[in-house]
Design a protein around this ligand. Structure first.
Ligand SMILES: Nc1ncnc2c1ncn2[C@@H]1O[C@H](COP(=O)(O)OP(=O)(O)OP(=O)(O)O)[C@@H](O)[C@H]1O
Ligand SMILES: [Mg+2]
Length: 361
């Protein structure tokens, strides 16, 4: 059960009620090892109404087809790779998929430049290894090995950050569905239901290429940036509401107008063009994704609630926006100043925002 003092419950804890409801109403066939049918998993992700009138909240906002392809992939013997620029909900979708399909989103390997082969395969408890020699008790399972034994979903975050030789240890696991343990002269054979969801970023510097041998083992789903301003405003408003509740921020209505303004600024700078298509803009070095917009608004709400009058105003978001845009103190500052003077200043209804930005710039 969820402990209310936990800062960030896992998806399967936070949405336990919805998952239970879906399971109860779900009379479609479930693939081996699955908690729900593919249809119910998709409903969990995209939201919907159940026959009894209960509402399932949407977790992912975007094209339905993408989620259907992702869920269908997991029902085959292929692994799923979620690819996209930063902040497109790759990690978020991976966690919710694992929670809905296998009921456990915690079997996770984080890919970094320092990820070792042991983190992917298995390691040893050295005290026991020295005292007793290699044995099943001295073996330390990796999350992947545990998922294979249980027949459930394992997650790999930032796959392309792992060194290439470590990535390649996945090939046998994904194609043979076995993990040899030569020290014990055995192997672990994956049970039905085992699959892998990996995420990778196609923008960040310092990433390793995914080898073509490994890429062939994955079905790739590319998560896009939100299509329209309205979609993006909707995503930010929903997530801000959820985060505000989780952080127990004092109630401060997140003004939709303010959210729309932040989203508009980010989209214009990201796309290099003002909304009306009349002014060409330079793009700053940072990624101004939906995720950054969410954190700018959340910080703004904290400011408004604790130091303001409880209503989100331009001054509460200005600092956050400038911080997100100006990552490089020289080149990004030029980009920002130009945007401020050529676009923001020209909008009569943005006067309060212009003033607030001038103050913190
Ligand atoms: N289309 C969307 N639907 C719902 N939430 C979204 C969407 N796009 C972004 N978000 C929100 O953005 C936040 C960041 O997403 P997440 O961390 O999953 O991004 P990511 O793609 O893994 O980024 P990174 O490449 O930096 O790891 C999450 O809180 C998520 O809810
Ligand atoms: Mg991520």
């Amino acid at each position: 059960m969820t402990d209310a003092s936990v800062l960030r419950p896992h998806a399967e804890q936070q949405y336990a009620d919805e998952l239970a409801l879906l399971a109860e109403h779900d009379d479609r066939p479930r693939p081996p090892g699955w908690r729900l049918s593919p249809w119910a998993v998709t409903t969990y992700l995209l939201g919907g109404e159940l026959p009894g009138g209960q509402v399932v909240s949407p977790k992912y906002i975007g094209p339905r087809r993408l989620m259907e392809v992702a869920v269908a992939t997991l029902a085959t013997d292929r692994a799923l790779l979620l690819l996209g620029v930063p902040g497109t909900a790759k990690t978020w979708v991976s966690e919710h998929l694992a929670a809905a399909v296998g009921g456990d989103s915690t079997l996770l390997v984080q890919g970094t430049a320092g990820t070792s082969e042991e983190a992917v395969r298995y390691g040893w408890n050295y005290a026991r290894l020295l005292a007793e020699g290699p044995s099943e008790q001295a073996l330390v399972e990796s999350p992947l090995m545990r998922a294979m034994r249980r027949g459930t979903v394992a997650r790999i975050e930032e796959l392309t950050r792992m060194p290439s030789d470590v990535q390649d240890t996945l090939i046998t696991i994904l194609s043979e569905k076995t993990l040899p343990v030569p020290e014990l002269n055995t192997e672990v054979q994956a049970r039905k239901g085992f699959t892998v969801i990996a995420t990778a970023n196609d923008r960040d510097r310092g990433v390793n290429e995914l080898s073509s041998a490994l890429r062939r083992r994955f079905n790739t789903v590319v998560l896009p940036l939100p299509d329209s301003v309205d979609d993006e405003v909707d995503i930010v408003a929903r997530r801000v509401g959820q985060l505000g509740k989780a952080l127990e921020l004092p109630e401060a209505p997140a003004g939709l107008a303010e959210i729309r303004r932040v989203v508009t600024v980010f989209r214009e700078l990201r796309g290099g063009m003002s909304e009306d298509g009349r002014t060409k803009l330079k793009s700053p070095s940072g990624t101004l994704s939906t995720a950054e917009a969410i954190s700018v608004i959340t910080s703004g709400l904290a400011l408004a609630a604790h130091f303001g009058d409880g209503v989100l105003r331009a001054a509460d978001v200005a600092g956050g926006i400038v911080g997100a845009v100006v990552q490089d103190p020289v080149s990004d500052r030029v980009v920002w100043q130009e945007y401020l003077e050529t676009v923001v200043r020209e909008r009569p209804e943005w006067r309060d925002f212009y003033r607030a930005c001038r103050e913190v710039s």
